[in-house]
Design a protein around this ligand. Structure first.
Ligand code: PLP
Length: 445
């Protein structure tokens, strides 16, 4: 429709809308500029204890429901952060909600541009629009990729211990998770390439699901790791799915190497990368994400397998402004988390000999060895009596004795049985309070 006709028809609409709120002037409506601003959001102060109780928070409120009758001082299991998000994001959302219509939307080109520009600027990845697909999250994207490449009943290899929901989502895509255990040496983990090759060489395996940085161990896989993994996948005709959702959280001494930065035919042919703004900017409830691959045939195949590209309005608004305007906030959070990890490592080594912890290369998740503590409280026998796992017993023990809830390591598969995962994406005060309480509980064992 030509511009003058649009204006005419808009004017007619406005004239017929006798109840149009006075606040929206006709000139405004006709101009197409509906942008209004609301009051400034509170600046983010990472030291602030920002209460999340009674907000239906999975990290906080679910835990009181799971442990009725116990007071939980800090819930530190589920992987989101307790900070207010970046003020630019809150402002953009507030501005958008002034327009009170939530009908179907197009995903704006600027949304994809923000993704392309962010990955270029921050990590030197050159992704073209054709190589990129929007998504309703990383897990749904992984499911789409599995459905596209892995026949029902086939196996998808992943490293264990590995993020619990990956096991769940492989199964939801009608496949079977096949663990390739990481090798643990002096508190650090590495990939067992021989084991990986062995598993990928089987006929009923069509993909390896890498996590970089790895959840829960925090490994940032380096160039030679990635080259070797890609070669193994290529030799064995397997796709290489790389979940890089944690890539924006890396310690000062470490580097995140994007799989997409590896120049190799194997990566060109095999790799699919999954990312989102939701982990980095604490926007998990908005359910957005994206995937990309060098080979556009790979993108088409995933799209054709029923992948859902469309995200929700506020998720798009929040993600775009996050990538375009909130890098300073993210850098500050990263710095804060780095310091939290150092405090955690020092505190544990000086005050809680019953547990073991080594600072990870990436993520805001601390993978803590509670094996000696579990032995000291005879968690195995006690758990058996209650028909539960050692990790359940240990988790409850900490809730009861310290008021602190941590994530159970056995949920992360083989190698996680003696571990609890502590999320340190929280205020320093709460972290220190949690450590004091865990120390007091340990002293009573
Ligand atoms: C490795 C990994 N992948 C995916 C997710 C979840 O992704 P999404 O919420 O976008 O589905 C998480 C959340 O903790 C994660 O740790």
């Amino acid at each position: 429709m030509p511009k003058n006709k649009i204006n005419k028809s808009r004017r007619r609409l406005i004239q017929s809308a006798g109840t149009l709120p006075l606040a929206v002037s006709a000139a405004n409506a006709l101009s197409g500029h509906h942008k209004t601003t609301v009051g400034k959001p509170v600046p983010s102060n990472l030291d602030e204890i920002y209460p999340r109780w009674n907000t239906d928070s999975a990290k906080w409120d679910l835990q009181t429901r799971r442990f009725p009758g116990y007071e939980i001082i800090a819930a530190m299991g589920i992987a989101d952060m307790d900070f207010r998000t970046a003020p630019e994001i809150t402002q953009a959302i507030a501005n958008r909600i002034v327009h009170e219509n939530w009908g179907y939307i197009l995903t704006p080109r600027s949304y994809y541009e923000s993704i392309i520009s962010w990955n270029e600027r921050r990590y030197g990845e050159a992704i073209s629009r054709k190589q990129l697909l929007g998504a309703t999250g990383v897990l749904p994207s992984i499911q789409s990729a599995i459905r596209a490449y892995c026949p029902k009943g086939s196996k998808v290899v992943l490293n264990s211990p590995g993020y619990s929901e990956l096991y769940v989502n492989i199964k939801k895509a009608h496949c079977i998770p096949e663990e390739s255990p990481l090798i643990k040496e002096k508190g650090s983990y590495r990939i067992d390439f021989n084991d990986l090759e062995k598993r990928l060489s089987r006929n009923d395996v069509h993909a390896f699901l890498l996590v970089n940085p790895h959840n829960p161990t925090g490994n940032c896989w380096d160039k030679s790791d990635l080259e070797e993994i890609a070669e193994i996948c290529d030799r064995n005709d397997a796709m290489l799915f790389s979940d890089e959702i944690h890539c924006d959280f890396v310690s000062d001494e470490s580097t995140y190497t994007p799989l997409f930065s590896i120049q190799s035919d194997a990566v060109y042919r095999r790799a699919v990368i999954f990312k989102s703004t939701t982990k980095s900017f604490n926007l998990s409830a908005f359910k957005t994400g994206y995937l990309y691959a060098y080979d556009t045939k790979v993108i088409s195949k995933i799209r054709d397998a029923g992948h859902v590209e469309f995200a929700n309005t506020l998720g798009l608004v929040a993600s775009e402004v996050a990538y375009n305007d909130s890098e300073a906030w993210l850098n500050e959070v990263n710095h804060y988390i780095n310091r939290n990890m150092i405090i955690l490592e020092e505190y544990i080594s000086e005050n809680i000999p019953l547990i073991k912890f080594k600072k990870p290369q990436g993520t805001y998740l601390a993978w803590i060895d509670f094996g000696n503590w579990m032995d000291a409280i005879d968690a195995k026998t006690n758990a058996k009596k209650r028909n539960e796992k050692e990790g359940d017993y240990m988790e409850r023990h900490l809730v009861e004795r310290a008021g602190i809830q941590l994530g159970r390591g056995y949920k992360f598969g083989t190698g996680g049985e003696q571990y609890l995962r502590m999320n340190i994406g929280t205020s320093r005060f709460l972290l220190k309070e949690a450590l004091e309480r865990i120390k007091m509980a340990a002293n009573k064992v």
